[in-house]
Design a binder for this molecule. Sequence first.
Ligand SMILES: NC(=O)c1ccc[n+]([C@@H]2O[C@H](COP(=O)([O-])OP(=O)(O)OC[C@H]3O[C@@H](n4cnc5c(N)ncnc54)[C@H](O)[C@@H]3O)[C@@H](O)[C@H]2O)c1
Length: 286
Amino acid sequence: MLSTTATAARRTSVSILGAGTQGRRLAFMWSSRGNNVHLIDAQAHQLQASIQAVENFRASWSTADSEKGDIITHLPHELSAAVRDSWLVVECVPERLPLKQKILTQLDSVAPEDVIIASNSSSYSCGEILQGLKLKNKSRILSAHTSIEIMGHESTDAKHIDLMTSRCAAHGFDPFHVRSPSMGYLYNRIWAAIKREALLAAAEGAGTPEEIDAIFKGVLKTPKGPFEQMDVVGLDVVHDIEQHYADARGDIPSEPREYLRRYLEKGHLGVKSGKGFYDYGSPNRL
Ligand SMILES: NC(=O)c1ccc[n+]([C@@H]2O[C@H](COP(=O)([O-])OP(=O)(O)OC[C@H]3O[C@@H](n4cnc5c(N)ncnc54)[C@H](O)[C@@H]3O)[C@@H](O)[C@H]2O)c1
């Protein structure tokens, strides 16, 4: 491991806070060129399950041994040590604004000054999360979503966008720079509209989830339909994201959220709980 006094650009580890559906995917992705990942979560069982999930991803991608970085797990009381030797720390906690604000504030206080802090939120831009927060260094904060849209806020330093872009490309991602603050980035805005309209059609009784998925896959030749994909994401997460769009925009119909709540009330969260729109037999993570 490099010394903790190395500048961020020379460090190779990445820290990820939140080891759920997305955190464990990112742990796999950022460790896939042999670099170490520090994974932090409040729940020990999530950390254990993440190690298994990363193993599964590596098996299905036939990752060579030389490219398997270590996944080092931590509980939150070790946060400071867990971010010290990283060039990047990504928050991956649930889609709740007060929680995201608390976590970014903590990260700003413990991460060395030059470490990039990224939010993986699907619908809160980092500018929105930062509103009203008094932080030491907002210029190192940006949004980085999935694989990977990179978006700054009004005072993000361009050198951090450049470093993110080059490191993402070196890890085999296809980075896109979202040029102005955009709720839901680029891809997620489109995906939000697809989810909403699919849920609305089901809520109206125009088609069942199975029928809507079948027509979607038949026309677009994609491996999954919107309901199958929502089950993978997690219906609680889909609901939180849609609620945020509704709160922010005022032109969002309520029926898609009401339809989702029918499943949430029964504890049907999708693949992770074993049942969502479809039945998976037992809890799992993809
Ligand atoms: N699920 C997806 O497919 C997906 C895709 C892209 C982006 N995202 C985004 O990623 C974020 C996380 O979503 P997810 O689906 O992984 O959620 P999740 O519920 O599966 O996982 C969240 C994890 O955060 C942990 N956590 C909660 N509070 C914590 C705290 N204070 N300290 C440490 N750990 C804490 C939980 O224990 C849990 O393991 C959201 O912002 C979501 O929008 C999700």
